[in-house]
Design a protein around this ligand. Structure first.
Ligand SMILES: [Zn+2]
Ligand SMILES: [Zn+2]
Length: 257
């Protein structure tokens, strides 16, 4: 489109326009299942809800990575399973609850939430995370907070997708939520484009805690957990500020790096 940015709606940009209209319709028609398009009162229809949630996955209790046969137990009293990486080099957070792997078709739900403004998907994730928490033996967090966006990204997107999960989740748990408990103090490059070491360096000093967290159990919420570098850096910052325990609540977990 170099140089010819003024074009008629149905000219060369017709396809873009069609895509735009489709997105607008998708948002305007919440009566459709986000995954299969069938008529639905909720974000997902009953069929997709039953089919795609409740993945029978063994996950590492610390980082929620799916475990295959190489899993190991910490000790006899602790029946929670951990991946080798977490046993050898524990991250700063204590636990992670994840609903499912980040892959088709549920990844579409995260995309709808993050890029297409389908905020109801946040409440849907929250509902399932609440159930997962109820089934776990984890203690109740004192406060729930989202992974913060930089102010630059927040302005560009208009909302923090993690907060659309964190707020209803806190309500369901009956605990407090604080959208600005942690602030991003540097604008970091999007993590998705970086390798793991660069990801770690990228977020090492990215956060600042804004309330007294000494002795508290903090629940951190995000839509997608990929390498865990962001959550590790965030938990490290919270622990340095005196937090006793950090539990991550993530909707979807990337199976491997
Ligand atoms: Zn469906
Ligand atoms: Zn792990």
């Amino acid at each position: 489109m170099k140089g010819v940015s003024i074009s008629l709606p149905f000219g060369a940009r017709g396809r873009d326009l069609a895509a735009m209209l489709k997105r607008a319709f998708d948002i305007a028609l919440p009566g459709q299942c986000a995954l299969c398009g069938n008529v639905s009162h909720g974000v997902l229809c009953a069929g997709c809800d039953a089919q795609y949630w409740n993945e029978p996955r063994l996950r590492c209790a610390t980082c929620a990575l799916p475990l295959r046969t190489e899993y190991t137990r910490r000790d006899r009293d602790d029946v929670r399973l951990h991946c080798t990486a977490c046993l050898e080099n524990p991250p700063a957070f204590n636990d992670t609850l994840a609903l499912a792997d980040y892959r088709a078709p549920l990844d579409l739900l995260a995309v709808e939430l993050k890029f297409r403004g389908r905020l109801a998907a946040g409440a849907e994730f929250a509902r399932h995370l609440h159930t997962l928490f109820e089934d776990s033996n984890l203690p109740m967090p004192d406060v729930i907070a989202p992974v913060p966006l930089s102010s630059k990204r927040l302005i560009a997107r208009g909302y923090n997708q993690a907060w659309t999960i964190a707020r209803p989740l806190a309500r369901l748990l009956g605990t407090r939520a604080n959208a600005t408990l942690v602030k991003r103090v540097t604008h970091t490059a999007p993590q998705s484009k970086l390798d793991i070491d660069t990801r770690r360096r990228n977020v090492a000093n990215a956060f600042q805690v804004t309330e007294d967290v000494r002795g508290k159990h903090i629940g951190i919420v995000d839509d997608v957990m990929t390498s865990g570098a962001t959550l590790d850096a965030l938990a490290r910052t919270l622990k340095l500020a005196g937090a006793r325990r950090v539990t991550n609540f993530v909707a979807l977990r990337t199976p491997q790096d």
